[in-house]
Design a binder for this molecule. Structure first.
Ligand code: C5P
Length: 236
């Protein structure tokens, strides 16, 4: 199960990020490097994380014309990242270009559907006629049909996306907390066992692991809770 935990390195300091990486000593599978950290740590940081034996989830949410996104994906793949994100709303041709650029590399394209910071009114403001729940499924369908290997979906959406897209697609779910854990600014959370039971292949966890007194122990607790979920137990 530990290989299915992605720890979010939400810091602007490459050194602080590497400290977190080293504190986890093999207890998780991947680290997420996003748009706060990457402009400071760059490819060198990605290489350092990989050299410690972990996979990298490069969360830069590409959204541009197909030719540009294809180039961005080639650059990400050349760094050896396991996952790279694109916005599904970039459209069919952009998604297909991203998937084609990743084909034959070790990089899987994950599509982001509707940001959880947007509600139905926000979507209407930008001209979407569907509400958030329907837009998520519509964009997930489009992404999968265009060759994306996976979808990033919130705890709230993961079961419906799994039901819609079946087993082949990789589903990655943030907003996960241990029972009784501090929610931070997350409003809708699920437990690790629920996330797995609802269909998540990977969970993204930030502060509950990175800010724990003993991050390695916190990671083991998440891993154990996921194991209960996959065994059909857990009972939360
Ligand atoms: O610290 P925490 O566990 O809340 O961090 C979750 C990570 O997942 C952060 O990097 C956050 O940006 C990301 N994320 C999220 N909810 C989404 C998409 C991404 O929490 N819908």
């Amino acid at each position: 199960m530990k290989d299915r935990i992605i720890v979010a390195l939400d810091t602007d300091s490459p050194e602080a990020a590497m400290e977190i990486v080293r504190s986890l000593s093999g207890e998780v599978g991947l680290f997420k490097v996003g748009m706060e950290l990457f402009p400071r740590g760059g490819p060198d940081l990605v290489r350092r994380i990989r050299a410690e034996g972990y996979g990298v989830f490069l969360d830069l949410k590409f959204h541009d014309i197909p030719n540009t996104v294809a180039g961005a994906v080639r650059s990400a793949a050349a760094l050896g990242v396991r996952f790279a994100t694109v916005h599904a709303s970039g459209g069919r041709a952009m998604l297909a270009a991203a998937a084609a650029a990743a084909a034959g590399t070790g990089t899987t394209i994950l599509a982001v559907t509707v940001l959880t910071s947007l509600d139905d009114t926000d979507l209407s403001d930008v001209g979407f006629s569907l509400g958030a729940a329907d837009a998520v499924l519509r964009l997930a369908d489009l992404a999968a049909a265009s060759g994306a290997g996976g979808i990033v979906c919130s705890a709230k959406e993961v079961a419906s996306v799994r039901a819609r897209l079946g087993k082949e697609v990789v589903l990655v779910t943030p907003g996960v907390r241990l029972p009784g854990g501090d929610m931070g600014d997350q409003k809708r959370v699920v437990t690790p066992s629920d996330a797995v039971r609802r269909g998540a292949d990977f969970i993204v966890v930030g502060r509950p692991i990175t800010q724990a007194a003993d991050p390695a122990k916190a990671a083991r607790d998440f891993s154990e809770a996921m194991r209960l979920g996959s065994a059909g137990g857990g009972g939360e």
